[in-house]
Write a protein that binds this ligand. Structure first.
Ligand code: COA
Length: 201
């Protein structure tokens, strides 16, 4: 008897679930946070508040450890499968976050978000974490298209997308409301075949 056809050939079949943790390299891993991570997550956000606030819209919603706890609880309770949130640990220390901001299973595409503490900038932590996450999304989750949106003037974030070999596909006018003004976004993308020919030979 032949095997049943699975997702993605059969769109009604269940799709794979994003991993709970991914090994990036020795001393670098990305993991779904547990309730016990709430305090450490709040401390790093609080210490980097002004730096993160320049480009990320949610800083004013995080005022206490309880706010992080509520986020972590909502992740574990959340039944929706179109979002995943991971902390990045470097030699055990929490240094940043990477997320699947959205997953469009019908069209097999996903959007990545990220930040790293100011003191951990410039080491390739985000490029390496995105690269690992993209391998996972393309190889294990059978997704097809990866997207990063970064404010036009957020040159460090755009450099991440460019280092990953993503193509700039356009500028979205007034894409994001940042506290008191709109920002234009650069939209970067790469497809699974492009990624594989570039990164996996
Ligand atoms: C955007 C942001 C994540 C980029 O951080 P980053 O440290 O520059 O990015 P990476 O972790 O990929 O590191 C790249 C740097 O490490 C260097 N590097 C060292 N080893 C490296 C390696 N093995 N691979 C890649 N880069 C490496 C690169 O040369 C680059 O340094 P440079 O900027 O001096 O050229 C960070 O600035 C940030 O958190 N900003 C605030 C929040 C934010 O804007 N988030 C994104 C919203 S769209």
């Amino acid at each position: 008897m032949s095997e049943p056809i699975g997702w993605p050939e059969d769109p009604d079949a269940p799709h794979p679930e994003p991993a709970k943790s991914l090994f990036v390299e020795e001393g670098l891993e990305i993991v779904v946070p547990m309730e016990g991570d709430a305090q450490e997550l709040f401390i790093i956000v609080d210490e980097n508040r002004a730096y993160l606030r320049k480009w990320l819209p949610w800083l004013d919603d995080v005022k206490s450890v309880d706010d992080e706890l509520a986020l972590i609880r909502s992740l574990s309770e959340k039944k929706a499968d179109d979002f995943a949130f991971y902390i990045i640990r470097q030699f055990g220390n929490l240094v940043g976050v990477i997320s699947l901001n959205w997953v469009d299973w019908s069209n097999r595409s996903f959007g990545l978000g990220y930040w790293v503490s100011q003191s951990s900038n410039g080491q390739g932590i985000i490029t390496k974490s995105c690269s690992r996450m993209m391998d996972h999304c393309f190889d294990d989750l059978k997704l097809h298209r990866s997207v990063i949106e970064a404010a036009v003037e957020n040159y460090q974030s755009r450099a991440v997308a460019e280092r990953l070999g993503m193509r700039i596909e356009g500028i979205s006018k007034d894409r994001e409301w940042l506290y008191d003004h709109f920002t234009d976004s650069s939209l970067y993308a790469i497809t699974a075949p492009e990624w594989k020919s570039r990164h996996q030979g």
